[in-house]
Design a protein around this ligand. Structure first.
Ligand SMILES: [Zn+2]
Length: 464
């Protein structure tokens, strides 16, 4: 631990100029965020013409009826146009709010609010919790028309929306309530650790964040998800037998197998698993069950269990901890930096003793360009994992052994079929620009996956 603190201290000394140098941080943040938005718009403009193609790629030609292909192109075009407009609008809004000192204004609003409740400015954590609440409300109201449009116009037009206005409003209220109940105490504890541990907060906060994530893994499905969706045990039958068989053969610690009523909100469909290492739950969307044959759903699960087999969620979590660690390690230099707050219009008396939350928030904004690059790296990792999971499904017979894996030799073909069905039903985009895909997609494209599945099949045949 001493070694860690010594290393962190070296880093702090290197960054010590931050606490004195009058840098135009706000100008940098404006420039960064505009660069990211303009780059994302450029990507959309690269992708956009592909929605005018009239034929699917050769590999998919047999799977798409001409009218379904035309529908998927129209859906993609509408979504791209929506992203372009909403992206630029949000950027203009953020930029204007930043320019006019939104953060400083909201902080002082939180200050007057807690003063009315009888708290002095020494109650920094209380003020921070109010500040966050106000900020969430202030920033979500102007973008509300966009989510209304997306749900009730865009998705509706293409036949995906199953949300009623009532569900929509209730969802928003429920998520505000849950954020207040869970987010409020979380934020208070987070800030308390800073105060309590002083400049040695890094290991303590890391420990806190990891424990919080573990707790969420347990309470999310049992306490939070039921607020939004209904999970019911998957009824007995062919599908249940298949999945239980698969889990047993792979020694996957399956505790519960659920069906989720995803169709209540949208017809997009999927399946996933979660839980602690010794007790896992599998959740399948009712839409997937309705649209695919049991043997195809089984193949989707074989892919999902491939993620488990290769410890993908654990690896992703380790990467995200490393990411968090890097952020926290660089943060102390920005924690006691009056010029940073001054640059964002905070009055002298607030900037002299920067509130932890404000410093952290502004510091996060400075990281925008790095985060964009990290996002590309994370997508690359995630795509690699997808290839591995597809390969796992193809080779599952060898993995569980010839006798156990009887009848599983065609899992790759079944997976390919299931992917095509999902893709067609979701009207997912078929033609994808490579740069757009590298930036945005955590999954390989369907054409790439089908090609890879073909390759794996050819390799299997050669082996036999
Ligand atoms: Zn996957």
């Amino acid at each position: 631990m001493e070694f860690l603190h010594a290393q962190l201290a070296v880093l702090q000394r290197k960054l010590s100029w931050v606490s004195v140098a009058p840098v135009n941080w706000k100008g940098y943040v404006q420039a960064f965020s505009w660069t990211v938005t303009l780059f994302e718009s450029y990507l959309l403009l690269r992708q956009y013409p592909l929605y005018s193609k009239t034929e699917p790629p050769a590999a998919l030609a047999g799977h798409f009826k001409p009218e379904v292909f035309a529908k998927s192109q129209a859906y993609g075009r509408d979504k791209a146009r929506f992203s372009l407009v909403s992206g630029i609008f949000k950027q203009c809004l953020d930029s204007a709010l930043l320019h006019y000192g939104l953060y400083a204004w909201t902080w002082s609003l939180a200050g007057t609010t807690i003063a009315k409740l009888g708290y002095t400015p020494e109650y920094e954590i209380t003020q921070s919790v109010f500040f966050t609440g106000f900020l969430v409300l202030l920033s979500s109201i102007p973008t509300l028309p966009f989510s209304i449009y997306q749900t009730f116009v865009l998705e509706e037009k293409h036949g995906f929306n199953k949300t009623t206005p009532k569900t929509f409003v209730l969802d928003i209220l429920k998520s505000y309530l849950l954020s207040a109940i869970i987010g409020g105490p979380f934020l208070a504890a987070f800030l308390y650790i800073f105060k309590w541990a002083g400049d040695r907060f890094v290991p303590w906060l890391m420990g806190f964040m990891i424990s919080f994530q573990m707790i969420m893994v347990v309470i999310y499905p049992t306490i939070i998800q039921p607020f939004f969706n209904k999970l019911s045990p998957l009824s007995a039958g062919d599908l249940r037998t298949r999945i239980e068989g698969l889990a047993t053969k792979l020694k996957f610690p399956l505790t519960h197998l659920y069906e989720i009523d995803g169709s209540k909100r949208s017809s997009h469909s999927n399946a996933y698993f979660f839980g602690l290492p010794w007790s896992k739950h599998i959740v399948i969307f009712d839409t997937l069950i309705k649209e695919s044959k049991p043997e195809e759903v089984e193949a989707v699960l074989a892919h999902e269990l491939g993620h488990w087999y290769y410890l993908h969620p654990t690896k992703l979590m380790a990467v995200s901890q490393l990411h968090m660690f890097a952020i926290l390690a660089a943060f102390p230099a920005f924690l006691h930096a009056p010029p940073l707050l001054r640059s964002f219009d905070f009055p002298k008396e607030v900037a002299a003793q920067p509130p932890t939350l404000i410093a952290f928030l502004l510091f996060q904004m400075l990281l925008t360009p790095f985060e964009a690059v990290i996002g590309i790296g994370m997508n690359a990792i995630s795509r690699r994992f997808e290839w591995q999971a597809d390969q796992f499904a193809c080779d599952i017979q060898e993995i569980v052994g010839e006798s156990e894996g009887k009848g599983m030799g065609d899992m790759g073909e079944r997976l390919g079929q299931a992917l095509v069905t999902l893709h067609v039903k979701n009207l997912s985009t078929v033609w994808v620009d490579w740069l757009y895909s590298a930036y945005h997609h955590s999954h390989p494209t369907l054409t790439e996956r089908l090609k890879a599945l073909e390759g794996l099949k050819a390799r299997r045949i050669k082996r036999e």
